[in-house]
Every structure is written in structure tokens, then in C-alpha cells.
Ligand binder design. Sequence first.
Ligand code: FAD
Ligand code: NAI
Length: 456
Amino acid sequence: MSELYDVVIIGAGPGGYNAAIRAGQLGLKAAIIEKRDNKKLGGTCLNVGCIPSKALLHASELYEAAEKNFESLGIKTGKVSLDLPQMLKQKSDAVEGLTKGVEFLMKKNKVKTFASPAMKRLNLKQKNIVIATGSEVTPLPGVEIDEQKIVSSTGALEFSSVPKHLVVIGGGVIGLELGSVWRRLGAKVTVVEFLDKILPTMDGEVSKQFQRILKKQGVEFKLSSKVTGAEKLKTKVKLSVEPAAGGDAEAIDADAVLVAIGRRPYTAGLGLENVGVETDGRGFIVTDHFKTSAAGVWAIGDCITGPMLAHKAEDDGTACIELIAGKAGHVNYDTVPNVVYTYPEVASVGQTEEQLKEAGVAYKVGKFPFAANSRAKTNHETDGFVKILADATTDRVLGCHIVGVEAGELIAEAVSVMEFGGASEDIARVSEDSITIRPVERGDVNAVYELICGLA
Ligand code: FAD
Ligand code: NAI
């Protein structure tokens, strides 16, 4: 007779493994099932997502700095050259170390792990099931991914040599992060984006300014364009590219093509329809506080709606288990930050100006450029700005959008303030010396930026 689990989790990504840890912490008897080869834990994020991409972004950023910027700072290194196998190895080592860390955490929290493909044959008994199966690459008809020449993000983490010309289809997060990696390492990079702007869900000013910065770095853009087909030649791929609105096609030759037009929920093979778990028109599992339409079945992370981000999946996992345990689990999707780890970084939280306009909210805007910030100037890191949107009447912070070096760290301050329902004045008051050096009028958001940026 098999054991009875309080909770069985399907999928060991950030959502699933955090749910498992929380279950262990709360004294629930938990098991986790993972179908990745050799029961490798960590999901997309640790194996082929956040971690390996950040490892390459970090290394390639240092490579480019050493190649182009060190000399002007008075640092002589001799000729800098690329050891790509070593760069890829340190990336794989990071993945290996972290996935082992998750294994350790499962043991520490007394969570049983099972390998999956034969899930049905596991015959586990449980009171609750948590579906945490994540997401997969959205395919592009006519451009078939082979992970050699035409790759998804997974193949773009593994090129064994730097492609001469990399065409990226999709000017979203993956396209710009991995496009940046290979441009820094020597590739010519062309981004083909269907819409008339990159990072289309970000604040309009952010996407405009960020595109200008990337263009200055050498990335080429074909906006309002769509790839309608790919022909694999001996060493190249010939892409057929048309204006999005229709018109004459042009041919673009690429040495490699990265398809990065989004990700979709991954629930294939689970047989959701057989157990009454409802999905929406895009395949996301429909949930109400992580409860699906089937009793005792819960879902979290990329396979439900909300931002497809690791930290959101983690919070979902924790909150879901707390609810299963009869506690008050909750995640506020309005304050989940978003970071693009390029150089400079792009970070945002809350509403964009476009969203506020559409919702008819009266708001104030304050914007301050890094070009006028002493530390940024001293460090030769003047690209970008901080933009805060606050309610016109209450001064409550509604959104914060940053393009700039370490934007991903700076955004944390805005996230905390927003989570506590704070005002832009609150940011000013906790910024160093704000009270003594410069009195801030309530709601004077421009003064707040100056304070944040250290100018006051
Ligand atoms: P996943 O991490 O996808 O995990 C789901 C797991 O379930 C997988 O291991 C899968 O094998 C398993 N599974 C699926 N079906 C079954 C089944 N039937 N039985 C058993 N197991 C199953 N997010 C960030 O916040 N920051 C970043 O910097 C970032 N960078 C990224 C870079 C790239 C290139 C990509 C692709 C994504 C990135 N993301 C990033 C997004 C992040 O990876 C996802 O949001 C996150 O992994 C979602 O976690 P999850 O647990 O919902 O799903
Ligand atoms: P995305 O949704 O960020 O961007 C896709 C882009 O492709 C959009 O700009 C879209 O307009 C464009 N597009 C769609 N169809 C197209 C077509 N046929 N031709 C040309 N362009 C087309 O998706 P992406 O970059 O694939 O990333 C998927 C998700 O992974 C992200 O939304 C994010 O949630 C997560 N991620 C997060 C990261 C981070 O937090 N730093 C890093 C990488 C991924």
C-alpha cells in the first residue's frame, strides 16, 4: 500500500521546488515529480533559463568591458581574447551547483523526489496536487527550431562558436538579453520585431530610449516586420521577412536564428481535461487563489496567468502551500518587478504611463536622467533614466520604470514602497539626507527623482 501524501507537486521549477520547501517547513508530507532527464531539479529557470542566461550575460559584459573600456580607465590588459568553451563551462558549473542545491533542499525538508515520464505508473496517493509544469517556447510556423542553426533560448545558451550574423525573431526579454550576449562576443545582431517597438509591454519611453541605447551598441532593428519562412542552406539560413502590415518580402541571410516570440503554458500530456481542470483560450490553467476547477488540484507559476517570472512562480508556490495548510497565502501581482539584465539594465514595477492613460487615472510623472547624476557621470554610466508615476491626488506610487546600470537593484526600493502603499514622498523621506538637504513638497515627484539620483 503506497504512502499518503498531503501534497504531490508536479514540476520542480522555482514554483514547484519552493512549494515543496514550504510544505516541508509547515510539516506537510510532500513529494515532487520531475520529468527532466535524470530528475534534474530547478526547472526552466535553473537549467535553461534565468541562471545560464545570467551567467553568460555577466561574463560577456565583463568581456566587452575589458575589450573596450578598461584602457580608458587606465587599465592595461594586453589583447583580450575569448575562450568560449570556458565561458560556457562556467555557465554549466553554475547550473550544476544550483540544481544540486535544490536537491539538498528537498532532502533537508524531507520532500520525496520522483522521476516522471511514467507519471501514471507512480501510483501516488495524495490529498492535494499542485501543478507547476511551467512553460515552453512558442513555436513560429515556417521557422522550425532545430537547436543548431535555428534555436530557442535553450540553443542560444550553447552555441559552440560565435555566429557571424545572428537574427533574433522577437524584440522581447529573451531576444534582447541573449542578443546582447552574442553581440558582445562578436556577432552582428539583427532583431526582427512584429510590433513597432521593442519590449512592447514596458513603458513607452523605456522601450524607445532602450532601443536607442542598444542601437548605439550596434544592435540592428527591423520593427513592424515579420519572418514568414526560413530556408536552411548549407551553412546559412535564408529568412523571408515582410512588413507586419503586408508588402514585399526581403531575404536576410543569417548564420543562426533565435526564435524568441514568447512562451506558452506547458500542460501537454497531463490529461487535464480528464480530471476537469479548466484552461483558458491560451492554455493557461484557470485558478482562483491557485485553486483549479477540480477539487484538491492547485496550479502555480508559468502555467497560470500573471507574469512569467521565477520570483512570481516562487511566491505562488509559497502562498499556494500556505493556503493548503489553512493559512493566509497571498501574492500581489501588482508589485512583481521585472528586470531585463542587459547593459544597462531595464527594470520596472507597477503600471506604465500607457496603462494609466487607458484606465483614465490622473497621475503625475517625474523623470530624471542618469546623465545628470554625479556618480553615473563619474563611472561613465550615464545612459538611462528613472521615471516614477504617482497618483495625482494621493501621491501613491503607481509605477516605477528605470533604464540604467543596476536598475535591477534600484527597483527594489520602489517595490517596497508600493507594497506598503507608499507615496512618492515616502521614497524622498527615506533617501539619504532628503529631509536635511532639501525639503520636498508633498507630491513633488521631480524633486524625489533628484533625491533618488543623489543630486540633492
Ligand atoms: P518551470 O521553471 O518551467 O518548471 C517546470 C518544471 O516542470 C520543468 O522542470 C518541467 O520539466 C517540469 N514538468 C513539466 N511537465 C511535467 C510533467 N508532466 N511531469 C513532471 N514534470 C513536468 N525569470 C526571471 O524571473 N528572471 C530571469 O532572469 C529569467 N530569465 C529567463 C531566461 C530564459 C532564457 C528563460 C527561458 C526564462 C527566464 N525566466 C526568468 C523565466 C523563468 O524561467 C520562469 O518564469 C520560471 O522558470 C517559471 O517557473 P515554474 O516553476 O512555473 O516553471
Ligand atoms: P516576450 O513576450 O518578452 O517577447 C516576445 C516578443 O516577440 C514581443 O516583443 C512580441 O511582440 C514579439 N513577437 C511575437 N510574435 C512575433 C513574430 N511572429 N515575429 C516577430 N516578433 C514577434 O517573450 P520572450 O522574449 O520569448 O520571453 C518569454 C518570457 O520569458 C518573458 O515574457 C519573461 O516572462 C520570461 N523571461 C524573463 C527574463 C527576465 O526576467 N530577465 C529573461 C528571459 C525571459
